[in-house]
Structures are given as C-alpha cells and as structure tokens.
Write a protein that binds this ligand. Structure first.
Ligand code: HXC
Length: 258
C-alpha cells in the first residue's frame, strides 16, 4: 500500500496519509510522497479542491516519525525540518483550496500540516496539539509561527509550552478549526463543503487564499495594495465577465478552467 493515496472525484482530490499502524506519522518517505502528490495535483486542471485526511480510526497524523528522528545529527535534523517546512509552503501556494479533514489525532507535525491548509474541519473525537516539548524539542514544521498567527500568541503559547492536546471543540473555540462534525459525518460534510467551493470562480478562490496568507505577513497598506492588484488582474479573466453576466442573466456561471 502506498504511504500517500490520492483519489480524485468531482474535481476534489483527497490525499490520505496511509500509515495507520504508526498513526500516520510523517517519515521522510511520507513527506517525499506527499510533495510528489501535491506537485502533480497543482497542475491538474480537473482539481479545484484538495482534502487531506488520515487512514485508520485513530489519527489524522500523530506527528513527525519519532523513531526516524531519535538519532538524527543536527545537520540531518535541519534537513528534515526543511523538508517538512518546504512541503507546507508548497501546500499553501497551491492554487486550489486545501481542506484538512482532521479525523483523529493531529499532533506535532500533524497539527502543522493541518494549519497549512486553507480550511480545517474536525471530527468531534479529534485532538489537536503541539506536544514536542515533551520530547525535548520545539515544533519544527512551522508550528510556532502558524499557530501563533491562527490563534494569537497566548493560546499558541499555552499549546506549545504545555504541550497538552486540546479537544476539537476547544480548537473550534480558539479558531484553530472552522467547525466540528460527528466522526461518522466528517467526510460527507467536508465533501459537501468542497462541492460548494467547486462552484466558485477559480481565479477568485486562488487569489483570495493567497491574499489571506500573504497579507498576514505584510503591513496593512501593502496588503491592501496587493488586494487591489489581484482585484484588477481578475478583470483580465473571462471568468469575471462570466460570473457577472451569469448574475445579471439569473443563471449559474459556467467557469472556464485554464
Ligand atoms: C512514530 C508513532 C508516533 C509518532 C504514534 N506512533 N505516534 N510512531 N512517530 N509520532 C506509533 C506508536 O509508537 C505505536 O507503534 C503506534 O503508533 C500506536 O500508537 P500508541 O501510542 O500505541 O497509541 P495510543 O496509546 O492510542 O496513543 C496515541 C498517541 C501517542 C497519544 C497519539 O501515540 C502519542 O503520543 N504519539 C506521539 C505524539 C507526538 O509526540 N507527536 C509529535 C512528534 S514530534 P507500536 O509499534 O508501538 O505499535 C513532531 C515534530 C515535527 O511532530 C517537526 C519535525 C521537524
């Protein structure tokens, strides 16, 4: 069985981390296979939404592979962190909208992979956490930065310094996930949300997700200027004409996919 399974249906690609015997822990091989999968998908015109989830009953991803990290030299540790960090930049920069369907434990690297997705939905049984301090290391796949940007420094410190996992309900309350669903309904709900996204203007979605990510690292004036540029660029797309014509003609838009 492949470490990463990709399934495409109705313009939605589902990437499943498939190492359930190790709670889908991220080995170098898993990260390499994941990068390969997203590089292929980012060029696939038949894919509008990418969903990440974990195989098995217990975990989304229980973190980076601790067995694989235990004996790393500092140079190897830097290379391993860079592989995960680069994978997550690639995930964030995909033109398609990404959704983490967090079906169980999302710990350490698992929480970090989820946070690089545009949307996070969780099963009621899911647990989110950054428990690295228990292993004598800080987070290494961007957790100290993305968690802080998502939930603010106080809640981020609580998770990153105490290392204690939180429930899906709490994750929703602090803005770490968008909504919580009963476990047996998670994938159906995520597919329904993905189906709604498929109906939106493709350039508009790509620009919006990029503006939110990039804007967070800019001062407000520059971020708003970037928004204006993206807004203007969309007027060079046939889909701006189509979206507005469809509204005025009281019909559904027929998007051009380039
Ligand atoms: C390697 C892991 C693993 C991990 C679980 N397993 N998490 N293997 N790396 N991160 C393996 C276990 O060793 C075990 O294998 C099998 O999966 C089932 O796990 P159990 O512990 O038996 O299950 P359970 O008792 O239900 O406990 C679930 C759990 C626990 C609470 C999620 O597994 C756990 O605490 N895992 C580690 C979580 C963690 O610390 N994650 C952060 C990693 S550091 P065997 O062979 O014994 O059956 C990280 C850094 C990222 O992510 C940045 C790097 C640069």
């Amino acid at each position: 069985m492949a470490l990463i399974e990709t399934h495409i249906e109705n313009r939605v690609a589902t990437i499943t981390f498939n190492r359930p015997e190790a709670l889908n822990a991220l080995s170098r091989e898993v990260i390499a296979a994941f990068r390969e999968a997203i590089r292929t998908l980012r060029q696939d015109r038949n894919v509008s939404v990418v969903v990440l989830t974990g195989a098995g009953e217990k975990a989304f991803i229980a973190g980076a592979d601790i067995k694989g990290m235990a004996e790393l030299t500092p140079i190897q540790a830097a290379a391993f962190a860079a592989e995960g960090q680069d994978a997550l930049f690639e995930l964030e920069r995909m033109p398609q909208v990404s959704i983490a369907a967090v079906n169980g434990f999302a710990l350490g690297g698992g929480c970090e992979f989820a946070m690089a997705c545009d949307l996070i939905y969780a099963a009621d049984v899911a647990k989110f956490g950054q428990p690295e301090v228990n292993l004598g290391i800080p987070a290494g796949f961007g957790g100290t930065q993305r968690l802080t940007r998502l939930v603010g420094p106080m809640k981020a410190r609580e998770m990153l310094l105490l290392g204690k996992p939180i429930t899906a309900e709490k994750a929703e309350a602090i803005g770490l996930c968008a909504a919580v669903f009963p476990k047996d309904q998670l994938m159906a709900q995520v597919r329904a949300i993905a189906g709604e996204l498929v109906e939106k203007g493709p350039e508009a979605l790509a620009k919006t997700k990029a503006l939110i990510r990039e804007g967070m690292d800019l001062d407000l004036g520059r971020a708003i200027a970037l928004e204006r540029e993206s807004f203007a660029v969309c007027f060079s797309s046939p889909n701006q004409k189509e979206g507005m014509a469809a509204f005025l003609e009281k019909r559904k838009p027929n998007w051009e996919r380039t």
